[in-house]
Design a protein around this ligand. Structure first.
Ligand code: G3H
Ligand code: 13P
Ligand code: ZN
Length: 349
């Protein structure tokens, strides 16, 4: 099947009451791991690439690898998404390359580090929405700021520094017309999210639920949603790694989110840990090995296992067959004639 609109995917997920994992990729093996997991679980998928990934792999390689996936797995709906676009230009270049969805992360200025003002965020996100929707492309915006820094992207600091204000979320959704809304509820990118199993004082599921009550039909997005399982940390450390003890977002909290409007769940770190652990194990146990296939194959299998598990836990498993192919041109028409609404339903306080 050709690449699909992320809006179509999230609308379907809302109908079915499930969430869809959005998995970051940088290379062929990660794409293969996701596609094998999608085939195994019959799941629709979101494959996403950060700016760092686009630089690392080169745009054309990345685009053609994902196109290859859509040819090889015609039964799996795939949305190709720009993760954390930092500017209009980044989102425009992703759209021109063939991505079917972009995130305009206007919560930070274009340097990807400094928190922006609400007005700056609305202005740049609205500009991306106008450009993208005319072309049938989905837009995710972000209100509030996540903690941590990944590959130079992020405000740093704690996830509690800039929690989303529900009133601002409503105004942001109304003024920008985004298809999906990322919110900050205390999570951070990377492995070091929480110093113990998170409770409501650091992981603000109550804020998420409050936003969902005000915006009952808006697709919410949880970033920084790796669970950082202890068994994956242990494998890395057992074979020479030096990870400090840490906690991620428990899967049951993500499932609570899914029952409250979360449709897209971003996961990168768990896959990075799985890959690194598998590679470390092979090289530790068999230091004589030097054929990359000897460690890349177990690494790919380890990532496939994590992705398949998340697909099942998020509820997307078994839903690949629900999709009637809708072309990006038809989606563009839908935005134009209003059949694909961009006005959020707002409930009274
Ligand atoms: O946004 C965070 C993702 O984990 C991507 O990270 O910018 O290091 O590729 P990255
Ligand atoms: P993790 O670092 O928790 O995997 O989050 C990934 C993410 O939010 C990508 O945008
Ligand atoms: Zn993110």
């Amino acid at each position: 099947m050709p690449l699909v609109s992320m809006r179509q995917l999230l609308d379907e997920a809302a109908k079915g009451g499930y969430g869809v994992g959005a998995f970051n990729v940088n290379d062929m093996e990660q794409i293969q791991a996701i596609m094998e997991a999608a085939k195994e679980t019959q799941s629709p998928v979101i494959i996403q690439a950060s700016r760092g990934a686009r630089q690392f792999a080169q745009d054309r390689y990345l685009f053609h690898l994902i196109l290859a996936a859509s040819e090889l797995y015609p039964e799996i709906p795939i949305a190709m998404h720009q993760d954390h676009g930092n500017s209009f230009e980044t989102c425009k270049s992703a759209i021109e390359l063939g991505f079917t969805s972009v995130m305009m992360d206007g919560s930070l200025k274009a340097d990807g580090k400094t928190p922006s003002t609400f007005e700056e965020n609305v202005e740049v996100t609205r500009k991306v929405v106008d450009f993208a929707h005319e072309r049938g492309i989905t837009v995710e915006g972000e209100i509030g700021v996540l903690g941590g820094v990944e590959d130079g992207h992020g405000a740093g600091g704690s996830g509690l520094d800039h929690i989303t204000d529900p009133d601002q979320a409503v105004e942001f959704a109304e003024r920008t017309g985004v298809d999906a809304l990322a919110i900050a509820i205390g999570t951070s990118h990377g492995a070091y999210k929480f110093t113990k199993k998170p409770d409501g004082s650091v992981l603000k599921m109550d804020v998420l639920i409050a936003i969902h009550k005000r915006l009952p039909n808006t697709h919410l997005v949880m970033h920084g949603s790796s669970s950082v399982p202890k068994d994956l940390q242990d494998i890395v450390n057992q074979y020479g790694g030096k990870l400090k003890e840490t906690w991620g977002v428990p899967v049951e909290e993500i499932q609570l989110g899914i029952r409250n409007g979360v449709r897209k769940i971003n996961v990168d770190t768990d896959n990075r840990l799985a890959i690194t652990g598998a590679i470390r194990k092979v090289l530790w146990e068999s230091p004589e090995k030097f054929d990359p296939r000897d460690y890349m194959k177990p690494a790919r299998e380890a990532m496939q296992k994590v992705v398949a598990q998340r697909m099942t836990q998020f509820g997307q498993a078994g839903h690949a067959g629900d999709y009637k192919p809708v072309s990006i041109e038809q989606i563009a028409k839908g935005y134009k004639d209003g059949s694909l609404t961009t006005r959020p339903l707002v409930a009274a306080k």
